[in-house]
Design a protein around this ligand. Structure first.
Ligand SMILES: Cc1cc2nc3c(=O)[nH]c(=O)nc-3n(C[C@H](O)[C@H](O)[C@H](O)COP(=O)(O)O)c2cc1C
Length: 245
């Protein structure tokens, strides 16, 4: 019965789509190099014997240090106000991609598309054909080990918040996201799943991915309909206290 409901959702879907380090270290390095630059530009041995000159150098160093401190404080404040956001997603037919783009825009995040090394063709995605790739993979979980072109974006280590997007396939997260989930260490990161589907909800997909990852602070997540409006996504992003993550 449950399967029948899920597949009803699938049919609905097709109908709908048929038209189808840290910063502190950096600051410290900057501060150090700026102090050295100041010293190098004005502090020769001869000058250091001249008291007046020493005084001048001292003043310059004070000013430089004050500037650097102010800059560091400013940057720390900015860091507190905005988390670094990564929006990783898999999308077979573009719906989740559109949602991911809106999320990245609204949250000031960087996009990372999870691309299977062997892309899914339209025939591959035909769940009405028991011989199609998705049907075979659905029937045999061993076949769901889909290799990705890239698993870890450069920005991953610095991300505080990772949105993870996927379409719902047979009531679950589409398995091309699995390698990203298994291979990355989400320790210290807030992970927010989101999905698009024809009618199914998020279900247990987020919990199952959290279990698969074994690390990270996974949030409840959000399901959107395949043709969700930008406004609905923007409202959701606005409701999240991302700065506190
Ligand atoms: C293989 C397959 C299985 C699907 N299973 C479901 C499902 O169980 N429930 C549902 O509501 N939609 C299902 N759909 C529809 C998709 O979740 C929906 O169209 C989604 O927005 C597609 O996202 P995408 O364009 O990013 O790939 C399925 C689609 C495919 C291709």
């Amino acid at each position: 019965m449950k399967k029948a409901i899920v597949m009803a959702g699938v049919l609905f879907a097709l109908t709908m789509t048929a038209g189808c380090g840290s910063q502190n270290q950096d600051h410290a390095a900057t501060a150090e190099s700026q102090t050295q630059d100041t010293a190098g530009g004005s502090g020769t041995a001869a000058q250091s014997e001249n008291t007046d000159q020493k005084q001048t150098d001292g003043d310059r160093t004070d000013t430089a240090e004050a500037d650097v401190t102010e800059e560091a404080l400013q940057d720390n404040e900015n860091t507190e106000k905005s988390s670094k956001v990564l929006v990783a997603y898999y999308s077979a037919t573009g719906n989740t991609k559109a949602a991911a783009e809106t999320i990245a825009d609204a949250a000031g995040g960087e996009l990372f598309e999870l691309q299977p090394a062997k892309a899914y063709t339209t025939e591959d995605l035909d769940y009405n054909d028991p011989e199609s790739r998705v049907c075979k993979e659905h029937e045999d979980p061993d076949l769901q080990d889909v290799k990705l072109e890239g698993v870890t974006p450069e920005s991953f280590p610095n991300a505080d918040v990772v949105f993870l997007g996927y379409p719902i396939w047979w009531g679950e997260a589409a398995w091309p996201v699995n390698e990203f989930v298994k291979e990355n260490d989400f320790t210290g990161k807030t992970v927010i799943p989101f999905c698009t589907s024809a009618s199914s909800g998020l279900g247990d997909s987020g919990e199952n991915l959290a279990e698969m990852a074994g690390t990270g602070d996974w949030q409840e997540g959000k399901r959107f309909s395949s043709g969700v409006s930008e406004e609905e996504i923007q409202n959701w992003i606005g409701s999240l206290d991302l700065a506190a993550k």
